[in-house]
Write a protein that binds this ligand. Structure first.
Ligand code: 0O2
Length: 271
């Protein structure tokens, strides 16, 4: 097949990957903006290289004409979670979506591959709009923890280096590491709620401080510099106490002050 033709073939896959990455990243933002824990930590995506498509086609006895129908992971999205429990949550999120249709699911998390590989795979059909009309594209979504991702990234590069014939002593080590990763994920799960609480309060604090600073900045426009300086000094004093409740209280007081100035300016405008 000509290079130009490959470009045309892969273009809708590229669009699908880019749209899906934006959509999943937006979910992270939504969770965090609502002060909630996000089961998704990171999202990446890629379109398989032509070389990798050709290798896979050859391995599976797939002709060039059958590639799009039979190779389901030309478009790939990877969702990384912090904890094993988050994987199921992400699977449920995907099952509930109306913008993608599940074709198949493979649970290599509960059923680890002989290689030691663990990940949850979902193949979906996803519709994209192109200049030639709409197209439904197969996309493989891989969902795994940070630890599983660490293992598979390393193992994948070794597979590449050794052309899938990883020496015995290395594959033994990889199996040991895969088992260590199961223990690591289990250990992390046992302190999941504490970690989630810590992350949520850190996010809340960051948002609270941003809101307070925003309010202080706006006050510069409506009151005297001296007055704002006093508020700012009070903010620094409370900030150093490292007490989220005091910070919250200060934020609320500042909201009331800002609200008061807003009301005053509306009255002035009306007069
Ligand atoms: P790449 O380079 O990541 O794109 P099958 O349907 O069983 O005939 P298929 O389509 O390979 O075969 O399905 P499978 O086994 O679910 O694997 C799909 C993808 O999962 C692979 O794509 C890898 O990305 C990943 N994967 C599966 N097994 C392993 C493994 O043992 N180690 C690592 N590191 N990744 C794995 P590709 O096309 O093989 O590779």
């Amino acid at each position: 097949m000509e290079i130009q033709l490959w470009r045309e073939i892969l273009s809708p896959y590229d669009l699908a990957v880019r749209e899906l990455v934006v959509k999943f990243e937006h979910l992270i933002t939504e969770y965090r903006n609502q002060g909630l824990y996000s089961p998704i930590e990171q999202v990446t995506g890629r379109v398989k290289t032509v070389a990798s498509i050709l290798d896979k086609a050859q391995k599976k006895n797939v002709t060039a004409e059958e590639v799009e129908e039979k190779i389901m992971d030309i478009a790939g999205v990877r969702i990384i979670c912090q904890f094993v429990e988050d994987i199921q949550k992400v699977v449920e999120i995907i099952r509930a979506r109306t913008d993608m249709e599940i074709v198949s699911e493979r649970d290599y998390v509960s059923h680890m591959k002989d290689s030691g590989y663990r990940s949850y795979h979902i193949i979906v059909l996803y519709e994209v709009q192109t200049v030639n009309g709409s197209r439904k594209i197969h996309v493989e979504i891989q969902i795994r923890t940070l630890a599983m991702n660490f293992w598979s990234t390393i193992e994948h590069s070794l597979q590449y280096k050794y052309k899938k014939n990883i020496p015995e002593h290395i594959s033994e080590k990889l199996t040991n590491v895969a088992n260590a990763i199961i223990s690591l994920d289990n250990e992390m799960s046992s302190v999941r709620s504490e970690i989630m609480d810590a992350q949520i309060s850190s996010q809340l604090r960051t948002r609270l401080v941003a809101d307070i600073l925003n309010n202080i900045q706006n006050l510069y426009r409506v009151t005297t510099k001296r007055e704002v300086q006093k508020i700012q000094d009070e903010f620094y004093r409370i900030y150093e106490l490292n007490d989220i409740d005091q910070l919250r209280r200060f934020g609320r007081e500042l909201d009331l002050i800002a609200e008061g100035y807003r009301a005053q300016s509306v009255e002035t405008e009306e007069v």
